[in-house]
Design a protein around this ligand. Structure first.
Ligand code: ADP
Length: 285
């Protein structure tokens, strides 16, 4: 068990945003958290990432209580997060953005950025992550000039540059075209395997992405866990489909066996099209 939430309650004044939420994330899992607006997804992510202290209950990461611990301390412990609204610095280049993350990870904040960016380990780290995310060719482009899909990738890449053990992604594909969504997920999942990430948790609204890539789906509704099950089980649960999932469109062609240009399954961390598979770490390499 890497991450565990036990009977979390979170109140805003008298309003109960989370009402007895328990979940656990195991080695190698790709877990999606879904739910309608107001279900409590953002609150849950903020509790799981130590930004918010739960009103009751506990959150444990690698056995340590992380309730309200804060982002910096949690990053040091090995959990990173990316954001729904891209958090990149518009005036930095792609490489500088990744160098900033590497500097933070390597704890070299006391020197000037210009001298740090010349640090060979920082440089190598940043270049490696750029390459993992297919951004090498745009290393010197300004972040603000990137197309939206690349901005999302850079945001996720910055979180990966912190070399976390697990990562929480807040709508990694929001605001980009359907084709770009799948490209982003393929790159992300490939990078996760290459760096040996131990688990991925995402909040996502796009059900093709949710069902295409998740080993497990946690459906929230009015601050409670309505279902916590495999994509196939969720899809067969009429109540959950009605209340949370909605009627799905046909799967994206890229996710159907006929549509695959790539002999590798497109859901390497699991998902509805995947064979049961060993944890990510074992598949890496
Ligand atoms: P979701 O991410 O699923 O849309 P949220 O976690 O953002 O849900 O919100 C859950 C509920 O808590 C909503 O009804 C929202 O209005 C309320 N809420 C969220 N943040 C606050 C806050 N800081 N103060 C008061 N109410 C809040």
């Amino acid at each position: 068990m890497i991450l565990e939430a036990l009977d979390i309650r979170k109140l805003y004044g008298a309003y109960v945003a989370l009402d007895g939420v328990s979940l656990s994330i195991r080695e190698g899992e790709f877990v999606s958290i879904i739910g309608p607006n107001g279900a409590g997804k953002s609150t849950l992510i903020n509790v799981l990432t130590g930004v918010l202290q739960p009103s009751a209950g506990s959150v444990r990461f690698k056995g340590k209580d992380i309730g309200g611990i804060g982002t910096v301390a949690l990053t040091r412990l090995g959990m990173a997060r990316s954001f729904q609204l891209v958090q990149i610095f518009p005036e930095l280049t792609v490489l500088e953005t990744l160098q900033a993350a590497a500097i933070s990870r390597l704890g070299r904040g006391a020197r000037l950025f210009t001298s740090l960016a010349g640090d060979s380990q920082v440089q190598a780290d940043a270049l490696e992550v750029a390459s993992l995310f297919g951004l090498s060719g745009k290393a010197h482009a300004l972040a603000r000039e990137l197309p939206q899909g690349d901005k999302k990738l850079l945001d996720v890449a910055s979180a990966f540059a912190l070399r976390p053990e697990i990562i929480l992604l807040d709508e990694p594909t929001s605001g980009v075209s359907t084709a770009d969504k799948h490209a982003i997920m393929e790159i992300l999942v490939g990078a996760a395997k290459r760096i040996g990430l131990r688990a991925i948790i995402q909040v996502e609204h796009d059900m093709d992405i949710v069902f295409g890539y998740s080993d497990r789906i946690i459906a929230l509704h009015q601050g409670k866990v309505l279902a916590d099950a495999t994509p196939a089980e969720i899809e067969a649960d009429a109540k959950v489909v009605d209340m949370v999932v909605g009627r799905r469109r046909a799967p994206h062609p890229a996710l159907s066996p006929e549509g695959r240009g790539n002999p590798e399954p497109p859901t390497p961390l699991g998902g509805e099209n995947a064979e049961p598979s060993p944890p990510m770490g074992e598949r890496a390499g």
